[in-house]
Design a binder for this molecule. Structure first.
Ligand code: SF4
Length: 370
């Protein structure tokens, strides 16, 4: 059911309530996601006030690098332009030496985190993931390996006749530092059927994240917005994350992932004609800050929305710019423009100073390093 539009008094009451500690309801969040016009800035301003209360003026980033071992993927999701079939002419799978070379490059760039982002290769077992983690730890001493979504964990478990908890324990023993809360997309099964039908269900995703907590690891949380979901489904997704965070405190942050539509099956099949808009980007950051009262860190995804929009997101409730990345083939293949691979900390500094905030380098778990 579509949420009714808010009048001025209702909007003011919802925003004032968040500043006095009342929890926003899912219906209220959906109504905020439907706002247009100058009301958006009222939400953004309130979210910025809330951000100041929760984390102060520091904007954080992590020196990290993405590593793409392969784009061959069993899922080939509707919202992804990166995944390929084994037989596609542009499918790739790095040799061990090539992968080590990328890892050595990451070491030279003095990263503290490596973000393993790749297709879910149909031939992978737990051994492939263990080997990947061990190689990274070997080539980049002291690095934090951030990787393996719940979907990859479920697949590795299935392929290796393990439970997902046993799989997580093996990944932890191999040296994984934290788990990616990706593959969440929108945690509504009817939406998942359209955008990522071969991925695990909502219940399975939640079960595995609970196990991440049980084995003593942390995870990020994500939302992929701007494809076919409604504002109500976006709000429901945030509500699921908030409940799980109440229960476990497993999430370090929310990473909002704006949908980029170019070259995706959804675009090719005519199910979408556009990705997320600037209005949606600002509202997603602002409403998340106000709704997720148990999530300290709201990231603004510069590689998805560009550096200037990121600065606006940081003025709308965001407090983190994510990582330097150095390479991001996932966004590039979906139409992200030039300059979306590497965010130079000097440029981050410039944008932070411009809004009178301070930049700090952090590690993956949000400990401040400098
Ligand atoms: S989003 Fe991930 S799982 Fe889906 S096709 Fe792309 S690489 Fe594969």
């Amino acid at each position: 059911m579509t949420t009714p539009r808010l009048n001025y008094a209702e909007l003011r009451r919802i925003l004032d309530d968040t500043l006095t500690g009342s929890r926003m309801s899912e219906t209220e969040a959906a109504a905020l996601f439907r706002l247009t016009g100058r009301d958006i800035w009222k939400v953004a301003t309130t979210a910025d006030e809330r951000r100041e209360e929760v984390v102060g003026d520091i904007i954080t980033y992590v020196r990290n690098m993405n590593l793409h071992l392969t784009n061959i993927c069993k899922n080939r999701c509707g919202m992804c332009a990166f995944g390929r079939k084994t037989t596609d002419p542009d499918a790739f799978y790095l040799t061990e030496e090539e992968f080590r070379e990328h890892a050595r490059d990451a070491a030279k760039k003095k990263v503290t985190e490596v973000c393993y982002l790749a297709g879910v290769h149909p031939g992978f077992t737990i051994e492939n993931y263990e080997k990947m983690i061990l190689t990274l730890c070997e080539e980049i001493p002291g690095v934090h390996v951030h990787g393996c979504s719940p979907d990859e964990i479920a697949f590795a478990a299935h392929q290796s006749n393990l439970t997902t908890k046993e799989t997580l324990i093996r990944l932890k023993e191999a040296g994984i530092g934290s788990v990616q809360g990706t593959a969440a997309e929108i945690l509504v099964d009817s939406v998942r059927k359209v955008i990522c039908e071969r991925k695990i269900s909502t219940d399975e995703w939640l079960r595995i994240i609970r196990e991440v907590h049980d084995v003593g690891l942390k995870a990020t949380s994500t939302i992929m917005y701007g494809s076919v979901e409604t504002p109500e489904e976006r709000a429901h997704h945030l509500s699921i994350l908030r409940d799980l965070q109440d229960e476990t405190q497993v999430f370090t942050e929310l990473v909002p992932l704006a949908f980029l539509h170019h070259n995706t099956p959804l675009e090719k099949n005519g199910k979408v004609t556009y990705g997320s808009t600037g209005r949606e980007d600002i509202l997603l950051t602002a409403v998340s800050r106000l709704f997720l009262d148990n999530m300290k860190n709201i990231q603004v995804p510069w590689s998805k929305i560009g550096q200037k929009m990121t600065q606006l997101g940081l003025m709308s409730g965001g407090n983190d710019v994510g990582g330097t990345m150095f390479v991001d083939s996932l966004s590039r293949t979906a139409g992200a423009g030039e300059g979306t691979d590497f965010f130079d900390p000097k440029d981050m500094q410039y944008l932070c100073t411009d809004i009178e905030r301070k930049l700090a380098r952090r590690d993956t778990l949000y400990n401040i390093l400098e």
